[in-house]
Design a protein around this ligand. Structure first.
Ligand code: GLA
Length: 695
């Protein structure tokens, strides 16, 4: 709900359980008044008149501004910095008015002298206790205005000494959670690569001594891929502020007369019920408003880990038959099927079917796959080119570069400048050709290197907008393809999980979570992923052992159970598997199909407070009357103890039936939640899935 006090200029936004309030104050500043639990009493708000603390602490510094600009006596972080054509580098805004609908409020600000307008947009997701914010900068003047910094929003949290959570990591070690106490100074998380990365993720989680189920948590995630920046700062004035938006690193944008510049949205939320309620709200929001294709995800087979570049029609057909036999529903051909792609050295850009590997074209394989009633998917890395390709020989000017600098290779490839309309069109047409002429259901869209030498002469004076224009082109291509080929699902991959963000999820359907397919490492990756991002989009494969990275040997059952926590896939070399292993695959996939609606669409519970070594890890999914419990024991200590797993999200007044160790049981919801379910596993890499049903 949106409430407005027209006299005092107070705006109160309420969701089911939360409230966000701000005002236009006595000197015309847009000032935050409150963010937290729902109050629902607009008449109680007062706007305290601000008086400077000292000449060193002027009003502008101490005001909790909704969208601080660079200008006047402000030295703090700003959301907008601009230079006008006469070189004035200072913004002074005034309040123009607002526009309102049922779930959206737009606050209009304008520079007092120049025709620069700032529209701040607040969109409410009442049921999910979330608000989306973004800013639209409009040049109504007759001259260019140079934008040097544009953030999506500033947020104020009325506490000090909070705890901040985000991810660090690197290739094959994505989603490693770090937890940091916030004190004075700034915490900056960012990306400068243009194509995301495996390190920080564009979200913030700040809590005030929260646990999974208790305590206050403030959080938000940016709808942007690539160069983002987030600043978390505990100020001198007893609060913590957060700013998120486009990274100002190597960013400049000349806004032409009549042009608008829109920031990505940041979706923000508050809960006093711990991290679990944060995740539930974010997952529900993502499933309803971000993910476009809500279908249950099929079980896929992909031979990348088993075969790498050694793909050929004969073996792929053999694999597809076995993949069908074990129950997978989507057969994906990964890297290596096109051009002269025998290794990382060549092929990217020459998107023709390799005749040596597929003498009868892709048609033969696709026909086999389709005749077996499976979906067909294929890998592309559309934003890239290897210098050895025909494409590069023909169009050396199609990559980002500076005239007098080397074009640095990474994974033997360069990044196509898809901000050039012709290049963007080439990428679209290439994929469109395949989707039109072949019966393809799934595209794995990969990107395996960041941008370097970011020269894009085509953008003229706006060359430094290439970081965001690149990703906008990606979004545009995928949106166009989806419009024309609506049944096709797109998987977002970037050397594994280098592009996991709401920006991607607004356009793509699945994430390749990590090239690290070690089932034990995955428990941690998946656990952190689940904080913000929805389970449905989390692709997880079962692969061969010893694992190519960890060299660990983990029983096939545990590997399946770990991967069944997301959108299941198989990446094993099925040609080498024994009959008994094939039987396990069959059985597990059959079971997954029975329970996947609960996994992909249910509420997810991280039952462990922390994932400690040598302990039971347990996770739960609840959808209506159905419950799935996963229990893992990675390693047994001497005579490992049993544990009592206290379930959550059950109906306390009902009973649940389930089978454990071949014994049928019935227990009340209240017993399972308070007393817990006794579990005893022994040995290393042991796991168990228990399915409960309310009666
Ligand atoms: C990246 C992906 C892998 C695979 C390879 C192919 O590393 O993450 O899954 O597709 O590229 O080259």
């Amino acid at each position: 709900m949106i409430y407005i006090d027209e006299i005092k200029n107070i705006f109160v936004l309420t969701t089911k359980n939360t409230e966000y309030a701000f005002c236009v104050d006595n000197i015309g500043l847009l000032r935050n008044l409150y963010w937290g639990e729902k109050i629902d009493s607009i008449k109680d708000y007062e706007i305290e008149e601000l008086v400077e603390v000292s000449t060193n602490d002027p009003v502008f510094e101490i005001t909790k501004e909704e969208y601080p600009v660079y200008g006047g006596l402000r030295y703090k972080e700003n959301c907008l910095k601009a230079t006008f054509s006469d070189n004035t580098r200072d913004i002074v805004y005034k309040y123009l008015g607002y526009e309102k609908s049922d779930d959206e409020l737009i606050i209009k600000l304008k520079d007092k002298y120049y025709d620069l307008q700032i529209n701040l947009v607040y969109k409410l997701y009442y049921e999910f206790d979330l608000i989306e914010r973004k800013a639209i900068i409009i040049n109504n003047s007759k001259e260019d205005i140079l934008l040097e910094n544009v953030m999506s929003a500033q947020l104020h949290i009325p506490y000090e000494n909070l705890t901040f959570r985000n991810t660090h990591g690197y290739w094959a070690a994505e989603q490693q959670e770090f937890i940091q106490n916030v004190s004075y100074g700034k915490i900056v998380i960012e990306n400068r690569r243009g194509v995301s990365g495996h390190n920080h993720n564009p979200y913030f989680i700040l809590d005030n001594n929260a646990t999974e189920t208790t305590g206050e948590v403030y959080f938000g995630a940016l709808n942007l891929t690539g160069n983002f920046k987030g600043v978390i700062e505990q100020t001198q004035y007893g609060e913590t502020l957060v700013q998120m938006g486009i990274n100002d690193f190597d960013f400049l944008y000349y806004l032409s007369p009549n042009e608008k510049f829109e920031t990505p949205e940041i979706v923000i939320g508050y809960t006093n019920k711990g991290f679990e309620s944060m995740s539930h709200n974010m997952h529900a929001y993502a499933n309803k408003h971000i993910i476009k294709n809500s279908n249950i995800r099929p079980v896929l087979y992909n031979s990348w880990e088993a075969m790498e570049f050694k793909v050929n029609a004969k073996e792929q057909i053999e694999l597809a038959k076995r993949a069908k036999d074990i129950g997978t529903e989507l057969f994906v051909v990964d890297d290596g099927w096109f051009g002269q792609r025998h290794s990382i050295k060549n092929g990217l850009g020459d998107w023709y079917v390799n005749k040596e590997k597929f003498p009868n074209g892709l048609e033969e394989l696709i026909k086999e796959v389709k005749n077996m009633g499976m979906f067909f998917g294929i890998w592309f890395e559309p934003e890239m080119v290897n210098p050895l390709t025909e494409l590069y020989k023909k169009h050396p000017d199609w990559v980002y570069n500076f005239d007098n600098r080397e074009r640095n290779l990474s994974r033997e490839q360069l990044v196509l400048n898809i901000t050039i309309p012709e290049v963007c069109e080439y990428v679209f047409e290439t994929l469109d050709y395949y989707l039109t002429n072949y019966d393809i259901d799934y595209i794995k869209w990969d990107v395996n290197r960041p941008i370097s030498e970011p020269g894009a002469k085509n953008l003229l004076k706006n060359e430094r907008s290439l970081w965001i224009n690149h990703i906008k082109s990606v979004y545009k291509i995928v949106d166009r393809l989806k419009k024309k080929h609506p049944k096709v699902l797109f998987e977002a991959c970037a050397s594994g999980g280098g592009r996991i963000d709401f920006g991607m999820l607004s356009h793509f359907d699945d994430f390749w979570t990590s090239d690290n397919t070690d089932a034990y490492d995955r428990l941690f990756i998946q656990n952190t992923y689940s904080k913000i991002y929805p389970i449905k989009a989390m692709r997880a494969w079962v692969t061969d052992c010893p694992n190519f990275l960890s060299k660990r040997v983990i029983p096939l059952e545990f590997r399946f159970d770990s991967a069944m926590m997301g959108a299941l896939g198989v990446g094993c070399n099925l040609l080498k598997m024994s009959e008994s292993e094939i039987d396990i695959c069959r059985e597990k996939i059959k079971y997954y199909k029975e329970i996947r609606h609960i996994i992909q669409e249910g509420k997810f519970y991280r039952l462990d407070k922390t994932l400690k070594d040598n302990d039971y890890y347990s996770f739960e999914y609840v959808l209506d009357d159905e419950v799935i419990l996963f229990v893992f024991l990675p390693q047994s200590k001497i005579g490992h103890r049993h544990t009592f797993i206290k379930l959550r999200g059950l109906d306390e007044n009902s009973s649940y039936e389930f089978t454990i160790n071949n014994e049928n049981k019935t227990k009340s919801g209240i017993y399972l939640q308070n007393h817990g379910l006794k579990i005893k596993l022994s040995g290393d890499y042991q796991s168990m899935i228990i399915r409960l049903k309310k009666i």
